[in-house]
Ligand binder design. Structure first.
Ligand code: DAH
Length: 341
């Protein structure tokens, strides 16, 4: 029996030496300690042995079993560790490799201009109101003092959705709504999309963006308007920028002006951008017409105000030197990615 046990131990030691993965170790373990394994079979054969010898032999086989269990346990510890180490090696990460570059999006130039203007005006105490893009004739035209036969109301210029509903042609439509919702003193800007029937080319688009400004209070004068516009020009185009007002006409303002700023291309000396005048037109403005104030339910004898409307595409084109309006709508990432901040 002793020789048998020694031979078995030797065989097990030998076989263990050739094992270096958990799976083969497990099957080797089964062949010794499993139900039909060699050691388990030895246990079973104990029944055939003489009664007197049985306890002693049983003890010997039990010791062999304990020995085998600890052998397999130790081997499995070493194998598991080796397997872990080799997994670490395979999955090793070279932290010195350059990182893959992440592609970040950028804000659209119109969004940049909108944000910048909103920053300036909210800094001056204006609040932001966004009126509906689908407007009715009253807010877009009638309440703004546009006579029934005004060309801007023409079917060829305006997208009508029904007899009364239309896509707003100007953010000025927000003026009356803002005045109806809030009592003066009132300082509001209305940013948003506007629509006019036009084919898309390098200077026209059927959809573009405007920002309307409106101030209503007692004793508001043209000087206040000029003051606000000067701040706007300096913040938007640089501290050296100057503004100039030229007489103009809009049905909803009286007097009406067109506002020029010194050309950002040449600083006022004259260049291609400003057609050698040194000035660039940036917006329309004026003192709110008494009829408009009346239409909002206010007394024009008590309240006065100024309004202005600025085209955001125009500001973006001037500020960033964009040569073709179409680039703003094509969403070509090669163009857009230049506006990273
Ligand atoms: N609504 C005008 C337009 O779309 C712009 C404008 C001009 C707005 C004068 C005003 C203003 O508030 O006073 O061309």
């Amino acid at each position: 029996m002793e020789t048998k046990i020694n031979l078995l131990k030797e065989k097990l030691n030998q076989e263990l030496k050739n094992i270096n993965d958990s799976k083969s170790l497990y099957s080797l373990q089964s062949s010794y300690l499993g139900k039909t394994g060699e050691i388990s079979l030895m246990m079973r054969e104990l029944g055939k042995v003489d009664k007197e010898e049985r306890p002693k032999l049983g003890q010997i086989i039990n010791q062999l079993k304990e020995w085998a269990i600890s052998k397999f346990f130790n081997a499995s510890q070493t194998i598991k560790l080796n397997e872990l180490l080799s997994r670490y090696k395979n999955e090793e990460i070279d932290v010195t490799l350059p990182a893959k570059s992440q592609k970040y999006g950028s804000l659209h130039p119109i969004t940049l201009v909108t944000n910048e203007l909103l920053d300036i005006f909210t800094g001056l105490g204006f609040y932001v109101y966004e009126g509906p893009e689908i407007e009715n004739d009253y807010y877009c035209f009638t309440a703004l003092n546009l006579p029934k036969d005004h060309p801007a109301r023409d079917m060829q210029d305006t997208f009508y959705l029904s007899e009364d509903l239309l896509l707003r042609v100007q953010t000025s439509a927000g003026q009356i709504r803002a005045m109806e919702q809030n009592k003066p003193p009132l300082k509001v800007v209305v940013p948003g999309r506007v629509y006019r029937i036009d084919d898309l080319d390098s200077t026209h688009s059927p959809m573009f963006h405007q920002m309307e400004g409106l101030v209503i209070d007692k004793h508001v004068t043209l000087c206040d308007l000029k003051g606000v516009l000067e701040i706007l020009a300096k913040k938007m185009f640089g501290e050296e920028s100057k503004t100039r007002l030229r007489p103009s006409f809009f049905p909803f303002t009286e007097p009406s002006v067109e506002v020029d700023v010194t050309c950002c291309g040449c600083g006022g000396k004259g260049c291609k951008i400003c057609k050698n005048t040194g000035w660039i037109e940036v917006l329309g403005a004026g003192m709110v017409h008494p009829n408009v104030i009346k239409n909002a339910g206010l007394d024009p004898e008590i309240y006065s105000g100024f309004a202005f409307g600025v085209g955001l595409e125009r500001i973006a084109i001037l500020k960033y030197g964009i040569k073709d309006l179409k680039w703003l709508y094509e969403n070509d990432v090669r163009f857009l990615s230049q506006f990273k901040i």
